[in-house]
Design a protein around this ligand. Structure first.
Ligand code: UDP
Length: 315
């Protein structure tokens, strides 16, 4: 039975990856320091072939026994989080990635880095192809995340080139779905929570900036296709359906039947004006593309948020 280690397993995407690997017959060791993750995301795995280690991978990573696959997912990922946790974000991206690579090397395991569309910064190429080098402000507030992930890509590539490690890099574009936190701070969870509570829906800036939102099951299917491939170049995984932030807010207001008002707040510093993945590489090399429509994805996510809000109120 293959054995996988997932750092950041108690996070939104890490926990869905654990589900998918367990379903595919892997034994899973999950590590998380619970800084932004939550045990509630992995509690349902109690009776599966799953071991949880409460630990900060920034310090070191050691796992006894054979390991075939290391997925390095640990990092704050919401702009609100990495603005509040700048140094832990830099450390997990730099030191944590080095430690996770060291584990993969010691075990001769395959390695996958969770990278991000943030490596493209506020992009001057649109849509973004993997060959684009990006437009990042290293000393801006988002630099702590963007540069940590850019360093993580550099060291992952160095381990591949100089140690022959079978290392892969997935550049994750905006993703949404069940298990995002109510207070996550990103656009979709904020808008759904606000709409369901009848609170003002907060659009930052004029709402003309664009993003392209991928449902989590599509993303995880893409990551698994990458894991099972022989590709070592970075691959964008995301849904190319681009929309403005105003459009996604309107879609959520309609899908929840909410009568919340829309209000405008200041646009955060260095907020990218556009973002859309070019998924040509994933299509050609992995035979992958997204399948879940925005309507379907929002339905599942809103259902999860309704239940989470009701449970929170009952407490
Ligand atoms: N945004 C917004 N209102 C919110 C949260 C986010 O208008 O309550 C905007 C944010 O300024 C950005 C976009 O929505 O332009 C996506 O932000 P998010 O935090 O989801 O992730 P990002 O793509 O910026 O990493």
């Amino acid at each position: 039975m293959p054995r996988a280690v997932i750092t950041g397993v108690a996070g939104f995407i890490g926990s869905h990856l654990a589900d998918s690997l367990l379903d595919r017959g892997y034994s899973v060791v999950g590590i998380d320091n619970l800084l932004t993750g939550s045990l509630s995301n992995v509690r349902h795995l109690r009776n599966r072939d799953f071991e949880f280690i409460h630990h900060d991978v920034t310090n070191e990573v050691s796992v006894a026994g054979a390991v075939d696959l290391v997925l390095h997912w640990a990092s704050p990922a919401s702009p609100v989080d990495y603005l509040e946790l700048p140094i832990p974000t830099l450390k997990v991206g730099a030191l944590g990635t080095h430690n996770a690579l060291g584990l993969a090397k010691a075990k001769s395991a395959r390695f996958v880095l969770a990278s991000t569309s943030e490596v493209y910064g506020d992009p001057l190429e649109h849509p973004q192809r993997e060959t684009y080098w990006g437009n990042v402000n290293p000393i801006g507030p988002r630099g702590v995340y963007d540069e940590a992930k850019r360093f993580a890509e550099a060291i992952t590539t160095a381990y591949h080139r100089y140690h022959g490690l079978d290392a892969k890099i997935v550049r994750i574009f905006n993703t949404y779905g069940p298990r995002m936190r109510l207070h996550d701070g990103r656009a979709i969870p904020n808008f759904i929570t606000q709409a369901l509570r009848g609170e003002d829906v907060t659009i930052y800036g004029d709402g003309d900036q664009t993003r392209s939102f991928c449902f989590v099951s599509d993303l995880v299917r893409g990551i698994i296709a990458l894991v099972e491939s022989d590709i070592n170049e970075p691959v964008n995984i995301g849904n190319p359906a681009e929309m403005t932030i105003r459009q996604i807010a309107d879609a959520i207001l309609a899908a929840t039947g909410s009568r919340s008002r829309v209000v405008h707040k200041p646009l955060p510093t260095d907020d990218p004006k556009v973002r859309q993945p070019d998924i040509g590489r994933a299509r050609t090399l992995l035979g992958w593309e997204p399948r879940v429509s925005l309507a379907e994805g929002l339905r599942a996510t809103i259902e999860y948020f309704r239940a989470a809000l009701a449970a929170g109120e009952a407490r």
